[in-house]
Design a binder for this molecule. Structure first.
Ligand code: ASP
Length: 328
């Protein structure tokens, strides 16, 4: 009899431990964006729409493979972004837009929520995957933010792949520049196309990264929000990870990514409330764009105040979920 009682109490005990473990195990998840803007149904052809969907899904699957192996969120973020950088469809890496001077100047950043260590680079012109420059700064430099020739020199020292600047030429982006110049637009902001990723891994570590060619027709060594930690990119364990896309000048001035984190941290807001309020308030000031984010429990947010935003997420199991358009 005592044997049976002991067995039952052991069973109850282990069930209790199991339920605690299940509850405490972080919900590993990856969320990505491929830029926000005037993306609406009918504004892209069916085949282009399919190409966007496929590339976003591939990026999610590549990033998830890291998380499934128990790998760190930083690696998942980097791999997901590299895939988008290699596609001409998005304004990052291969598909980067042109400056006024017909060059490509790319910005990138990545942040580790566990340590608050971060790496960022601006004015990258010949490194194939700018997110790798940010990651190398995070891992191998005593600094956080490198620019222009210095960033390139560091990247080459680190053995990152260099390409001829012609690698970044796409006719579509060049035509966009000519159009922007002809209409005297200071910066072109129709379909913005920056890429970003946020991940939560099995150890509860959050990471966020963003990569961009900036804005068509940008001038004078302009730097956007992407590599500015707290503006376009931010991650802090126990709080959230955020990657932004939109008109960078507004995201810098409103310190968007860190504002969302601060509301969660100090005002007890949920990530949904914090990100919705920030993106709505930004629109009221004229700032167009959106963010993707995850909180410490793996809750996904993807708010935007433009017509659409290329976006998607994936959990440890199940199919990738991808969307392009808004409801209006
Ligand atoms: N935020 C980027 C920038 O201002 C542009 C974008 O998101 O597409 O450089």
């Amino acid at each position: 009899m005592t044997q049976v009682i002991r067995y039952i109490s052991l069973l109850i005990c282990s069930l209790f431990v199991m339920s605690c473990t299940t509850k405490d195990t972080p919900k590993a998840v990856l969320v990505i964006h491929g830029g926000a803007g005037w993306i609406s149904r009918g504004s892209v052809t069916d085949s282009m729409e399919q190409a966007y969907i496929n590339t976003l899904k591939e990026s999610l699957l590549k990033g998830r493979a890291i998380l499934q192996k128990g790998g760190p969120s930083l690696d998942a973020v980097q791999i997901a972004i590299e895939h988008l950088e290699d596609s001409p469809l998005f304004n990052a890496g291969k598909g980067s837009v042109f400056t006024y001077h017909e060059t490509n100047e790319m910005d990138s950043a990545i942040m580790d929520g566990a340590t608050l260590n971060a790496g960022a680079a601006t004015g990258v012109a010949t490194i194939k995957n700018p997110i790798q420059v940010a990651r190398a700064v995070l891992d191998h430099s005593v600094h956080v933010f490198l620019s222009g020739a210095g960033a390139e020199e560091f990247a080459i020292e680190q053995g990152l792949k260099q390409v001829d600047s012609s690698y970044f030429f796409t006719q579509n982006n060049y035509d966009k520049l000519l159009k922007a110049k002809a209409s005297m637009e200071v910066v072109k902001q129709d379909k913005l196309g920056t890429v970003g990723a946020v991940a939560l891994d099995n150890n509860g570590n959050l990471a966020a990264g963003t990569s961009t060619g900036g804005m068509t027709n940008k001038r004078y060594g302009r730097i956007g929000d992407v590599p500015v930690i707290g503006a376009g990119t931010y991650a802090e364990n126990g709080v959230c990870g955020i990657s932004a896309t939109g008109h960078g000048e507004y995201f810098i001035r409103h310190v968007v990514a860190h504002d969302i984190a601060a509301r969660i941290k100090y005002a007890n807001q949920s990530i949904q409330q914090a990100s919705n309020e920030v993106i709505l308030a930004l629109k009221a000031k004229g700032g167009l764009g959106g963010v993707i984010g995850l909180d410490a429990n793996g809750n996904v947010v993807m708010p935007f105040n433009t017509k659409g935003m290329f976006r998607g997420y994936i959990s440890l199991e199940g199919d990738p979920v991808v969307a392009l358009y808004g409801t209006n």
